[in-house]
Design a protein around this ligand. Structure first.
Ligand code: PEP
Ligand code: MG
Length: 868
């Protein structure tokens, strides 16, 4: 016969699935001799059978409940419903996983007019008995019968007003009796029934209400959001009441074994003398800090501290404990794993490992990638509930407050003056880069998670909300229109790049903190990880930051970003516009010197660690202004009588370079094959830098973008080898490899590996080309609908599509390694910083993931989690 009801003394902490978290912990505490009021747990299995509406099940279950109740009555020497010494009960839900949305507690169950009188006589405290009774009706009505809590509160307010008192505890027995009467009337009016006076009926209704609460819309939604199974059910814990409201030698409180805000190892919490359960959290009276208990009840304080410490050691986790003191005796009503801030999570994990309480691996498992992320960016103060103006994509985490500006030049001008600005644009292009650098945060109405703005913002560690489609941006009029609100340049907004929220005004932010413990946990993470974490970085500053965050290499240096700087852009434009080879070469020579300097800076910063330099990738038109912009400038020049021929030349070239599908067009290694002089210049700049850095331990790798055929790869490899021949024989050590960012490249990886000495998966383009989804458009257009309809769980540009893109990666890896067993393989698309995608990279056996420097710490913990 299946056992559906367990006395606390029959369970243990490893029975969470059956007894729920609360029940399992209560049982364990009883087992270990802790002072837990007696009680029993009705199992989660009983809940599931009840919910299946199996005929006769509740009657059968009730026989077991009654038997458990009789045993409880015997242990307590009291009887439920007795009119001389009544037993009262608390009834609480307890799912296997802690879950808000479940039914709350009902205290003082068993009270009716007779048992109330008996309680008054027994305690010698009439007021206490009336107070317990009115609390019971209120809680029962609210949580069991769904009578809105405010209706009870409003009656309570009436009575307080009539009696001219401010606080509940100032109401005398007569007033409370009057309140009980009004509560009963309310109950009848709302439910159509009299308040049940039979304690067994009360108990049955309460148990059924707990079961039913498993399927409330609130609970269901919570489970859906947190990917929790619907078939766990909840247990019901029935416990003998102990009373913290019996006088000044009684009280109740909650405490944590360590500080949940900062992790300090110290008893933390609060308590109230002469109070019951919910008073501590209800905010009616201000509770006192737990340390003050030492002065009021020194023995209890000592006893509690000791028990809390024991519980923590027993469960090897920070504990959150509810306790009650009844006439000088301490009872523990509940213990569970305590929730904590990100900062506390890190400190507690490291401290516990150092104390020998848990292993380093367990410590790593206690810090989520999400928590590491939260520690690294400014966040909206968790206690603040902002009014949201619009919602976009959470493109780059953290929050930023600033005056809105619509023009990148203006962003630079104001930020030079020390102002904090948010750059607001429909979308951004390389043309806007100086504005992105200058702004605190970025807000766009178009573009997805891998749009220009998003990628650059993540690289810079700046908050960015992209694709906020409700925004109407009037660049001419310098206005931002959201619904019926109009914001002008200079108005202050806040963007929350962690959630995609756009908020009016300045919102309080909490600053990032990188504590010593964070460094420790990340170092431990590296020890257990099979994957290394590298960073994408384009400048010596990026490299420095990446290294300080623990990156073990640069996995992607996008050389085009070096051409965006103010002094290079005009030279780059000259190169792009040049019709004749000689003209182009002249510009390239200038760029060579500049690139050499950049490379030297990066190589020096990464002394001893690998740096992968990728040759030019974007379509050349990206280095020219838009044709419409050029038209405007030509018209202006002509109006003011200036020579517009140079501008016209640029426009001719821009038109000539225009493509319908630039992302599938003239870009990547195709540029290097058609204009070899561009790649030759870049290769020379790399070798120039290497030749000069004789005191640096160089590990340079040259990477070709968008390769898909063996012929492309061998032409480019030959190009590198031949240029290397121009330098002193044997002086250069480097590798040549390719990105895998086209499906054909993945399928033909075997023959690519004949020339390529390493692979790096460019999963931004590989996702775009494998799924046929434009990385720059889909998120703002229809991805939301696709996610809502369940086509994708999340955008495949955010979390790697394991089944499609992932399979291509596995094939490429296998075919590449067959030809070149020691080939080094990593990932440098945006997925390299996404914990779920990192877990996949681990599972197929990549050597490293490369992500933006600011995500390196998150990736380090995620890589370690994959290996736990
Ligand atoms: C990629 O395609 O994944 C990649 C890293 O290259 P980019 O984002 O520069 O196209
Ligand atoms: Mg790419």
């Amino acid at each position: 016969m299946i056992k559906y009801v367990y006395d606390f003394s029959e369970g243990s902490s490893d029975m969470k699935a059956l007894l729920g978290g609360k029940g399992a912990y209560l049982a364990q505490m009883v087992k270990e001799g802790l002072p837990v009021p007696s009680g029993f747990t009705v199992t989660t299995k009983a809940c599931l059978r009840y919910l299946q509406q199996e005929k006769g099940f509740m009657d059968a279950l009730w026989v077991d409940v009654q038997a458990a109740l009789s045993r409880l009555e015997e242990r307590m020497g009291k009887t439920l419903g007795s009119d001389s010494d009544p037993l009262l009960l608390s009834v609480r839900s307890g799912a296997p996983v802690s879950m808000p949305g479940m039914m709350d507690t009902v205290l003082n169950l068993g009270l009716n007019d007779e048992t109330r009188s008996a309680l008054a006589a027994m305690s010698g405290n009439d007021r206490f008995a009336w107070d317990s009774y009115r609390r019971f009706i209120q809680m029962f009505g609210d949580v069991v019968k769904g009578v809105a809590g405010e209706k009870f509160e409003s009656l309570l307010d009436d009575v307080k007003r009539e009696n001219v008192v401010t606080y509940d505890n100032q109401l005398g027995p007569d007033a409370l009796e009057d309140l009980v009467c009004r509560y009963k009337t309310l109950y009848k009016k709302e439910t159509g029934e009299d308040f049940p006076s039979d304690p067994m009926v009360q108990l049955k209704l309460a148990v059924e209400a707990v079961f039913d609460s498993w399927n409330t819309p609130r609970a269901k939604t919570y489970r859906k959001i947190h990917h929790m199974a619907d078939d766990m059910g909840t247990a019901v814990n029935v416990m003998a009441m102990v009373y913290g409201n019996l006088g000044d030698d009684s009280g109740t409180g909650v405490c944590f074994s360590r500080n949940p805000a900062d992790g300090e190892k110290k008893l933390y919490g609060e308590f109230l003398i002469n109070a019951q359960g919910e008073d501590v959290v209800a905010g009616i009276r201000t509770p006192q800090p737990i340390a003050a208990l030492e002065g009021v009840m020194p023995d209890i304080y000592r006893d509690l501290s000791e028990k809390v410490e024991n519980l923590e050691s027993r469960f090897q986790e920070m504990q959150d404990i509810e306790f009650t003191v009844e006439r000088g005796k301490l009872y523990i009503l509940q213990t569970r794993t305590g929730k904590r801030s990100a900062q506390a999570a890190v400190k507690i994990a490291v401290d516990m490992a150092n104390e020998g309480l848990i292993s380093k691996k367990t410590a790593i498992g206690r810090v989520t990638p999400d928590q590491v992320e939260r520690l690294l960016h400014s966040q909206i103060d968790p206690g603040y509930v902002p009014e949201v103006l619009a919602q976009g994509l959470p493109a780059s985490p953290g929050a930023a407050v600033g005056q809105i500006v619509f023009d990148p030049d203006e962003a630079v001008r104001l930020s030079d003056k020390g102002e904090s600005v948010l750059l607001v644009r429909p979308e951004t292009t390389p043309d806007d880069i100086h504005g992105l650098y200058a702004a605190r945060g970025i807000l766009t109405s178009r573009g997805g998670m891998t749009s220009h703005a998003a990628v650059v913002a993540r690289g810079l560690g700046k908050p960015c909300v992209s694709g906020a489609e409700d925004l109407l941006i009037d660049l001419e009029g310098k206005r931002l229109i959201i619904g019926d609100r109009i914001f002008s340049e200079g108005d202050v907004l806040t963007v929350d790049g962690s959630t995609g929220r756009v908020i009016e005004g300045s919102v309080p932010l909490s600053l990032p903190s990188i504590s010593g413990e964070l460094e420790t946990i990340l170092d431990w993470s590296d020890e257990v990880s099979a994957l290394q974490v590298w960073a994408n970085g384009d400048t010596p500053d990026d490299a420095k930051r990446a290294r300080s965050f623990g990156a073990k290499g640069i996995g992607l240096c996008r050389t085009e970003h070096m051409f965006m700087a103010e002094d290079r852009f005009p030279v780059m434009q000259r190169m792009v516009v040049a019709k004749e080879l000689e003209e182009r070469k002249a510009a390239l020579e200038e760029l060579r010197a500049m690139q050499k300097e950049d490379f030297m800076g990066i190589f020096r910063e990464m002394d001893g660690l690998p740096v992968i330099v990728r040759l030019l990738d974007p379509p050349l038109h990206e280095f020219l202004p838009r044709v419409s912009e050029l038209d405007k400038r030509i018209a202006q020049a002509e109006e003011s009588g200036q020579d517009a021929s140079a501008l016209r030349k640029v426009k001719d070239r821009a038109e000539n370079l225009r493509e319908v599908n630039p992302m599938l067009g003239f870009r990547g290694c195709r540029l290097g094959l058609v204009y070899p002089e561009i790649y030759e210049m870049q290769i020379r700049a790399i070798f120039d830098a290497m030749s000069e850095l004789t005191d640096v331990d160089l590990k340079v790798e040259i990477m070709m973008p968008l390769v898909q055929t063996k012929r492309e790869m061998s032409i480019l490899k030959e190009m590198v080898l031949s240029i290397a021949g121009e330098y002193e024989a044997g002086s250069l050590k480097y590798l040549v490899g390719t990105m895998i960012e086209l499906p054909r490249a993945a399928l033909r990886a075997g023959e690519l590996a004949e020339d390529a000495e390493f692979f790096s998966f460019g999963t931004n383009d590989l996702t775009q080309t494998c799924l046929g989804l434009s990385r720059d458009d889909v998120e703002a257009k229809f991805m939301k609908d696709y996610v809502e309809k369940g086509v994708f769980k999340l955008s495949p540009f955010h979390e790697l599509d394991r089944d499609g893109v992932g399979e291509l990666m596995s094939i490429a890896l296998q075919r590449g390694r067959e030809v070149r067993p020691d080939i080094s393989v990593g990932i440098c698309g945006e997925h390299g910083g996404n914990p779920e995608s990192i877990a996949f990279c681990h599972s197929i056996g990549l050597d490293y993931v490369s992500c933006s420097p600011f995500r390196v710490p998150v990736a380090r913990i995620a890589a370690a989690w994959s290996a736990l």
